[in-house]
Write a protein that binds this ligand. Structure first.
Ligand SMILES: Nc1ncnc2c1ncn2[C@@H]1O[C@@H]2COP(=O)(O)O[C@H]2[C@H]1O
Length: 325
């Protein structure tokens, strides 16, 4: 059985390939929290660490200052966006402050993982070996307010990348037990719910599937009725939208009347201009049917949309003839 091989193999290459296999996009989509599929092999292996039994809330002693900093970071880390106040309080109690020196390994690819981290201070590098024998690739630098180490906890798989402190760093760690009881279900459901939708959004189709999952963590949802204004021309803009259901049009005020200038369907996006150009909303966006949008606030937009920034800017030309008016 494959899972036996994972546990007992001393052959590093098969283990690396296994990690690789688990991180395959298909597997990520299939990996359902608490519901191991036939293909998420290691869910059975690691499941024993992950059972939901009685939960004894954990309180890690820390200074008032540390609690204040955790609270602030929790509002920035997307992973916790679905939690209510009571759940947040439990997570804050359980968090532990961890200090690292530049060069310290926080996570090593292939290891078992038992905690998730939220960066408070400093920077950490993320590296990943994609194929056995190939050199590791530098993927990103983690900054304060970002979290990492969630995959091992969400999908019961070995660590999928290596995280090394680039500077002196302080992180807050959250144990697997608290994560399982308070964070996991909501976070896994949200990723599962939006992964497929986001993979079909034209703008994001070439984005790394892992980065798309971060967008899923950060999304918020809103419903509109036919003829509702989702955006009003001239207002300040702080949100970027994708249409999950329904149709919308863009209209612009012209000689006292409103003229339709653009139309949008499921999977399309709008609201990017105000965020990119730091200008008031350039048009109205009106729902033409019942509409469901998912949206990112400006901070999430800036942190997550970077990889498609060039496409967004290129696509801005679609509005050119209207913007000149
Ligand atoms: N492209 C990527 N693939 C996998 N993990 C990544 C990637 N980029 C960042 N990471 C983070 O690196 C972490 C390593 O530990 P985990 O696998 O638990 O969770 C992983 C993610 O939080």
């Amino acid at each position: 059985m494959i899972q036996k091989k994972v546990l007992s193999s001393s052959d590093e290459s098969s283990e690396d390939e296994h990690v690789e296999e688990l991180m395959d996009k298909q597997k990520l989509v299939q990996a359902k929290a608490n519901k191991p599929t036939r293909t998420s092999v290691s869910a059975e292996v690691y499941g024993q660490f992950n059972k939901k039994g009685q939960y004894q809330a954990k309180k890690v002693n820390k200074s008032e200052d540390a609690i204040k900093r955790i609270k602030q970071r929790m509002t920035q880390a997307f992973m916790f966006s679905a939690l209510d106040e009571h759940e947040l309080a439990i997570v804050i109690d359980a968090m532990e402050e961890r200090k690292f020196k530049a060069g310290d390994f926080v996570i090593k690819q292939g290891d078992d993982g038992d905690v998730l981290y939220v960066v408070d201070q400093g920077q950490l590098d993320c590296f990943k070996v994609f194929k056995k024998g190939e050199p590791e690739k530098h993927l990103k630098v983690y900054q304060p307010g970002e979290s990492f180490g969630e995959l091992a906890l969400l999908y019961n798989v070995p660590r999928a990348a290596t995280i090394k402190a680039k500077t002196e760093a302080i992180c807050f760690s959250l144990d697997r037990e608290t994560f399982n009881h308070i964070v996991k279900d909501a976070a896994a459901k949200k990723r599962e719910k939006y992964e497929e939708f986001l993979s079909k959004v034209e703008l994001l189709k070439d984005m790394d599937p892992y980065e798309r999952l971060q967008i899923a963590d950060a999304l918020k949802v809103q419903k509109f009725n036919k003829n509702d204004y989702i955006i009003r021309q001239g207002e300040q803009g702080n949100t970027f939208y994708f249409i999950q259901k329904g149709d919308c049009i863009a209209t612009k005020a012209e000689n006292g009347a409103e003229k339709e200038v653009y139309s949008y369907k499921v999977g399309d996006y709008f609201g990017e201009l105000a965020l990119i150009k730091h200008e008031p909303r350039a048009a109205n966006i009106v729902a033409k049917s019942e509409v469901i949008v998912v949206y990112l606030d400006s901070d999430s937009f800036r942190r997550l949309i970077g990889p498609v920034d060039e496409i967004l800017k290129r696509n801005m030309s679609r509005y050119e003839k209207y913007l000149k008016k």
